[in-house]
Design a protein around this ligand. Structure first.
Ligand code: TXA
Ligand code: MG
Length: 535
């Protein structure tokens, strides 16, 4: 078959729409990645899509519509659907809904639900309108390879296998849409994307999907079937490196000395420390990383790199989507460097009981680094850290001594001040943590736990084998804070109000411990975590 390359003009769009109406396939640009479109109501078109991509037929397609109400024809909508689409659509969000008979089971991989998305890209919008029917469209790549973010990527994978490509230039976002399923009145993230947990949380409760963090399991069907496959992957193995950045840089350089062909994904900030013919640099900012990732992964197929090593990004905001795609590209192959014993990061809201959980791990043989205690230890009279703080918060330091309650009060309710304080303290605390973990490793400890309320904000999550979130209900937490810190209920409330809510931890942590005071259950949970990540 000869593939037509169409311009996004009125004429080009009309031609594309005619192809769709006669049962053909057209790749088109969206704000996320290029899609491979066919008539979503036509069994034959669906079959062609699966064949062209080489995609397993149990992996359902997303249907693309022009406006939120168009979903009525294809799916059972709800108040929550309209709240979500009202806030984020048109845009990079896909919502899973119960399907209607207009959508054949061939499109939904046999499921009774259908994924609905309203793209914001003007070409996608005009194309869907011109077709006059919902467009089923997976990413326009050969199954398993990185999604296409330019028409050239589509050509490389699908030339001669599809009827046409509309060339709309480079996609803005560069990673596929956020997929959510509505469950118990909450939006559960099945695939992270540019609509982040924080953005969703401002509109609806956010739920947790356990399969997001796990290596695909043959015996379990994940909520989004497509997430079980190795995906987004270049043709050679990919390994994520986890450890102190300096150690990661040294490890990469040792590899590069070996054969010079090693493939590397690092940050632009590393440019003067890491170089080589197969070294690629991601932008330092998270949105830039999302935008560049797939194109960069594709670039390796034109090199002689036998293996690719990549730095690990921190996983909050859109970084979560970048982290997720890298775990899929690597098939969850992660290597620890510098600190090679497993490290469990422990985080959560004040009063949830992190210390109790840390103690449980300690009783099972963990070395525990408590960041709060380390912070205290670094704040002696006229210490380098105390002096650094006094320069930006002079009111909180008297005669070379830090008045912690005064500082706490100033920052707990002011996010900007808290950020400033964190930028001074995080690096210093984490360097101390890394030193202690290296010592613990020499001392023969088999694993370590890092207890840090600011684990994600500091970026230390990227160095952890797994991140455990400790959660407890609000009332219990306030009671615990009042008793522990001997402060008023109001003060405890204001402290909590400045923190992330529970949804944040439920979404970003590898696993959750609900600490309702049942110690036996808590020990059971910690033992399970040790079995999974330590042995
Ligand atoms: O940004 C995007 O979403 C792009 C553009 C083209 O819109 N599309 C895209 O489609 O990424 P695709 O097919 O590459 O990924 C669709 C994902 C798969 O992981 C699939 O398993 C999941 O959505 N999915 C589709 N229908 C589903 C359903 N009914 N229930 C659960 N997951 C579903
Ligand atoms: Mg895809």
């Amino acid at each position: 078959m000869k593939t037509l390359y169409l311009k996004p003009t009125k004429k080009g769009m009309e031609k594309a729409a005619r192809i769709i109406r006669s049962g053909g396939l057209v790749a088109f640009p969206t704000e996320t990645v290029y899609g491979l479109g066919g008539d979503a109501t036509d069994v034959g078109s669906a079959a062609k899509i699966y064949a062209a991509k080489g995609r397993p037929s149990d992996n359902p397609l997303i249907i693309h519509i022009a406006k939120a109400e168009d979903a009525e024809k294809y799916a059972v909508t709800s108040e929550l659907y309209y709240r979500l689409t009202g806030a984020f659509c048109p845009g990079p969000l896909t919502v899973i809904l119960p399907k209607k008979d207009t959508v054949p089971y061939e499109v939904t991989g046999g499921l009774d639900t259908v994924a609905v998305r309203i793209p914001s890209h003007p070409v996608a919008h005009a194309f869907i309108e011109a077709c006059g029917v919902a467009i089923a469209a997976p990413s326009a790549n050969i199954s398993g390879s990185p999604s296409p973010t330019t028409a050239e990527h589509v050509k490389a994978d699908l030339d001669g296998r599809i009827d046409a490509v509309i060339d709309g230039g480079e996609c803005d976002i560069g990673l596929e849409s956020t997929i959510v399923k509505i469950k118990d009145g909450a939006a559960v993230i099945l695939r992270p994307g540019a609509v982040t947990e924080e953005m969703l949380d401002a509109v609806v409760p956010v739920g947790r999907d356990e399969s997001l963090f796990d290596k695909p399991d043959e015996n379990r069907r994940p909520e989004a079937p497509g997430m079980k496959y190795r995906h987004y992957a270049p043709s050679v193995p990919v390994t994520m490196l986890k450890g102190p950045h300096g150690d990661v840089v040294s490890y990469i350089n040792e590899r590069l000395c070996g054969d010079g062909r090693t493939g590397v994904i690092c940050l632009t900030a590393d440019k003067d420390k890491i170089s080589g013919k197969n070294v690629f640099y991601l932008p330092d900012d998270q949105a830039g990383q999302a935008n560049a990732l797939f194109s960069l992964l594709r670039g390796f197929d034109k090199t002689d790199a036998p293996h690719i090593y990549t730095v690990t990004p921190t996983r909050t905001g859109i970084g979560f989507a970048v982290y997720n795609r890298l775990t899929k590209a690597s098939g969850f192959d992660m290597k620890r460097v510098g600190v090679t014993i497993p490290v469990i990061g422990l985080t959560g809201q004040s009063g949830a009981g992190k210390s109790t959980v840390a103690e449980a791990f300690e009783k099972r043989g963990a070395f525990v680094a408590d960041c709060d205690k380390i912070y205290h230890g670094l704040l002696y009279k006229n210490s380098p850290l105390t002096t650094a703080i006094s320069k930006r918060f002079p009111f909180a330091v008297r005669d070379g001594e830090l008045d912690r309650p005064t500082l706490a009060e100033a920052v707990f309710s002011d996010k900007e001040k808290l950020k400033l304080l964190n930028s001074i303290t995080h690096g210093v605390i984490l360097d101390e943590v890394r030193n202690r973990l290296k010592q613990a490793q020499r001392d023969g400890y088999k694993f370590a736990v890092v207890d840090a309320s600011q684990l994600f904000e500091s970026g230390y999550d990227a160095e952890c084998t797994a991140v455990v979130g400790v959660c407890a209900d609000g009332k219990t937490r306030i009671k615990r804070i009042v008793e522990r810190d001997n402060i008023s209920r109001d003060k405890a409330l204001s402290r909590i109000s400045g923190q992330h809510n529970e949804d944040f931890f439920r979404v970003y942590c590898d696993c959750i411990i609900d600490n309702d005071g049942d110690l036996e259950a808590l020990y059971g949970k910690t033992d399970g975590i040790i079995r999974k990540y330590v042995r």
